[in-house]
Design a protein around this ligand. Structure first.
Ligand code: SF4
Ligand code: FES
Length: 249
């Protein structure tokens, strides 16, 4: 397959970026999207041109690093997959593909397709640790009954990989889906109860400090989330926040 790529190139946070056009050839259906960029980069290096910088680590949908917008959609055209799991069979010979970084004030572009998602780390750090003993002298897990429904919802929330596609998809650059998943995975379990109020208040405070926008319930975040994190988590976050705000005063 032969493709035309329009890729965002930007040297650093301070400089302006622009879309540049590249041609790639010999792309096969079974290549992943990142392998296609590897092919492009090998060609660029051979021509003594700078390779396109992009984030990646696991290449199997776990780490959340492979953030990019492909033809206007975070993680590309397929539902519920990360960019590293997207295969070139989703495209056809002769296609033109637009590839850009995640766009949000809270995610400054570091270089080309690489953005700084440190804001997510700071939100999680603001949430703090759980005080229950989870290593060494632990009590038997079966001694703390957890309703199956709650366990399933907590597990689903914990599948959030912190990729940031929800922010990139939202017209307000809201981080509510991410924060709601991180709050929900603890709020639904007894192990998360001791710090429950403090955690939600601090995480939301940090989210606001980082400059993410407000949620206006468009649902674009959940539609683009590769882990299909449910909007129900945002409703839970709002309940948790209101309850903690009233009862902590
Ligand atoms: S909620 Fe979904 S889109 Fe947002 S960071 Fe988590 S996995 Fe990525
Ligand atoms: S490279 Fe880890 S999720 Fe894509």
């Amino acid at each position: 397959m032969k493709l035309t790529l329009k890729i965002w190139r930007q040297n650093n946070t301070q400089t302006k970026g622009e879309l540049k056009t590249y041609q790639v050839d010999n792309i096969t259906d079974d290549m992943s999207f990142l392998e296609m960029i590897d092919v492009l980069n090998e060609g660029l290096v051979q021509k003594n041109e700078g390779p396109v910088a992009f984030d990646h680590d696991c290449r199997e949908g776990i780490c959340g690093m492979c953030s990019m917008v492909i033809n206007g959609k975070p993680h590309g055209p397929s539902d519920a997959v990360t960019t590293c799991q997207l295969h070139m069979r989703e495209f056809k010979d002769g296609d033109t593909i637009f590839i850009e970084p995640f766009r949000a004030n809270a995610f400054p572009v570091l270089k080309d397709l690489v953005v700084d998602r440190g804001a997510f780390d700071r939100i999680q750090q603001a949430g703090g640790f759980v005080s229950v003993n989870t290593s060494g002298n632990t009590i038997d897990a079966n001694a703390i009954p957890v309703p199956k429904e709650n366990a399933d919802m907590a597990f689903d929330a914990a599948t959030c990989i912190g990729c940031g596609a929800c922010v990139a998809a939202c017209k307000n650059s809201s981080a509510m889906l991410f924060v709601s998943a991180k709050v929900s995975q603890f709020a639904l379990l007894p192990q998360g109860a001791p710090e429950r109020k403090e955690r939600v208040l601090k995480m939301v405070e940090q989210m606001d400090k980082e400059g993410f926008g407000a949620c206006t319930n468009t649902g674009a975040c959940a539609a683009e989330c590769p882990k299909e994190i449910s909007l129900e988590n945002i409703a839970r976050l709002n309940r948790e926040y209101l309850s903690a705000s009233f009862s902590s005063k």
